[in-house]
Design a binder for this molecule. Structure first.
Ligand code: S3P
Length: 437
């Protein structure tokens, strides 16, 4: 799929509730599967990634039905999963594959997980290693990539796992396996990654052991979950409204978990005008409405290393913003970007260079010298976040920007194009008309 943008001719205005949080949506489905009884979920993200998890949960025995705005998930209980009839398709989703692998490692049946071309290139050794330490038997392709064949072992042993990477997927995978293992399972990490798992397990009745541990045999009870809007999707609108002159938009009900809100700190430090209204707590997660107004003065900055895990998914759009900010932006410590849905450092660097941006790429980051951006063609390389980052930059590019490889925006944000059009952005599917031309 190809997108095409033109410079926004008028301010971005209005209110928008971005789609549900992807991380929280995956967890709500998987925890509900393991729970006894019914869970009721509102705000679940409806996108390809979350559908992959939902379909896998169905194949493992969970029934899902809708009553108006509420999804009703009929949990089967930790020991009630049925063996799937065939391989489970995880699509583009690393979260689906890594979290479900933790559950499947402890079952009394064998299962197979596969993904699309992008997912089938992503590293799984990071979960296979701790699961093997717990007694799991998992086979992967050469170099530790999917497909995974998981020979379930109901006799896993709890571990204290010092994860070498700050990864919520690794952490959550190990904790999910830990729910089945003998004794206690804990995870520590070099920097704190998103903590939705630790926040949501207690809502299902699981008592954590310390800040990041579980005791094997803990039972999950069905519960009610209200999924907030995804700050990672809101981020594109924060940056777009910051850039387009005289914009003023309100992003409603956005998750502001402290392990996810690095974008707010960095945008403010660059000179953006963001205010949080009506801050509140919703089911253990911080939530608020974010008002974003145009800011004419944006400066590059050195992104603090300790913030990287809390804005890891927002780095592509931050790099896009850096391209039109005054002075230099320096990013380091972000080598994880090379093993996301694409090599995001390479994809962003090639795209920005194509627009005439002066930059230098490093193994773990990039230096960008901001200025005006040109126009032409860039490649989102099948990576949803890179494609949407270019589309945002297109709102202030010199002229028409064509973005190829944009089909995967459906993995996280299927309504991105219409939402951007609705607040006044200038974007269209390439063959179509520009809504606000
Ligand atoms: C996620 C964790 C992060 C993030 C991904 C979602 C999660 O990945 O990039 O989009 O839901 O746990 P890592 O755990 O690999 O850092």
């Amino acid at each position: 799929m190809m997108l095409s943008t033109r410079p926004a001719g008028s301010p971005l205005t209005g209110e928008l509730t971005p789609p549900g949080d992807k991380s929280i949506s995956h967890r709500a489905l998987i925890f509900a599967l393991l729970a006894q009884g019914e869970s009721r979920v509102t705000g679940l993200l409806e996108s390809e990634d979350v559908n992959a998890t939902a379909n896998a949960c169905r194949q493992l025995g969970m029934q899902i039905r809708r009553e108006g705005e509420v999804l009703i998930l009929d949990g089967v209980g930790r020991q009630g999963l049925s063996a799937p009839h065939g391989p489970l398709d995880m699509g583009n989703s690393g979260t689906a594959m890594r979290l479900l692998a933790g559950v499947l490692a402890a079952q009394n049946f064998e299962s197979e997980l596969f993904g699309d071309e992008s997912l089938n290139r992503r590293p799984m050794a990071r979960i296979i290693k701790p699961l093997a330490l717990m007694g799991a038997r998992i086979e992967a392709g050469k170099g530790g990539v999917p497909p995974l064949t998981i020979h379930g072992n109901p006799g896993l042993q709890g571990i204290d796992y010092p994860s070498p990477v700050a990864s919520a997927q690794v952490k959550s995978c190990v904790l999910l396996a830990g729910l089945y293992a003998k004794g206690r399972t804990t995870v520590t990490e070099p920097l704190k990654s998103r903590d939705h798992t630790e926040k949501m397990l207690p809502a299902f009745g699981v008592k954590l052991s310390g800040s990041c541990g579980v005791t094997g045999g803990s039972r999950l009870r069905g519960t009610e979950i209200h999924v907030p809007a995804d700050i990672s999707s809101a981020a594109f609108f924060m940056v777009a409204a910051t850039l387009v002159p005289d914009s003023d938009i309100l992003l409603k009900n956005v998750g502001l978990n402290a392990t996810r809100d690095g974008i707010v700190h960095v945008l403010r430090a660059m000179g953006a005008d963001l205010t949080v209204q009506n801050p509140r707590c919703q089911g253990g997660e911080d939530v608020g409405d974010i008002r974003v107004r145009y800011s004419g003065r944006l400066n590059g900055l050195e992104i603090p290393l300790e913030l990287i895990p809390s804005l890891i998914d927002e780095l592509p759009v931050i790099l896009a913003l850096a391209a039109v900010s005054r002075g230099q932006t320096k990013l380091r410590g972000a080598q994880e970007l090379r093993v996301k849905e694409s090599d995001r450092l390479a994809v962003m660097a090639r795209g920005l260079e194509a627009l005439g941006v002066s930059l230098r790429e490093y193994p773990d980051g990039m230096d960008i010298r901001g200025g005006a951006v040109g126009a032409g063609q860039v490649d989102g390389a099948g990576d949803h976040r890179c494609a949407m980052s270019f589309a945002v930059l297109g709102q202030v590019a010199a002229s028409v920007l064509q973005i190829s490889g944009a089909e995967n925006i459906n993995t996280s944000f299927p309504t991105f194009v219409s939402d951007l059009q609705r607040v006044g952005g200038n974007i269209a599917h390439s063959q179509g008309e520009h809504a606000n031309a």
